[in-house]
Design a protein around this ligand. Structure first.
Ligand code: AKG
Ligand code: FE2
Length: 113
């Protein structure tokens, strides 16, 4: 049985967004992630073809679903874990709620045959 973790994040307004980061660039080690973000936006994902970043525009009532490292490993790179970061906003607070669906803590994972 896998595990589940919930991250609730609060990003206050930042007077210097050009020299500040909300969450640094990273991939998540989970299997699948469900993200609710408010209307502030600020989540960027790395484009698949180059060195570009794509803003994940918030859609009211929608969840953003992404793949984590564990599924990338189990699928032998068929499905990619997406690199992402969060920018801060000059004047608006941002709140996000993330549900990580993870392998069980004692599981050993590898590519499916
Ligand atoms: O706040 C967000 O939208 C993403 C946060 C995140 O990437 C994480 O907690 O792993
Ligand atoms: Fe993340």
């Amino acid at each position: 049985m896998g595990t589940m973790a919930i991250n609730i994040k609060y990003y206050p307004p930042c007077p210097n967004p050009s020299i500040t980061i909300g969450s640094r660039r990273h991939c998540d080690m989970s299997c699948i992630n469900l993200l609710f973000q408010d209307e502030t936006g600020g989540l960027y994902v790395r484009g698949t073809k180059g060195n570009n970043w794509i803003h994940v525009t918030p859609i009211k009532g929608a969840l953003a679903v992404s793949i984590g490292d564990s599924v990338q490993i189990m699928s032998n790179d068929q499905y990619k874990s997406i690199e992402h970061f969060v920018a801060v906003d000059l004047s608006t607070t941002r709140i996000s709620v993330l549900v990580f669906l993870n392998p069980s803590l004692d599981s050993v994972i590898g590519p499916f045959p």
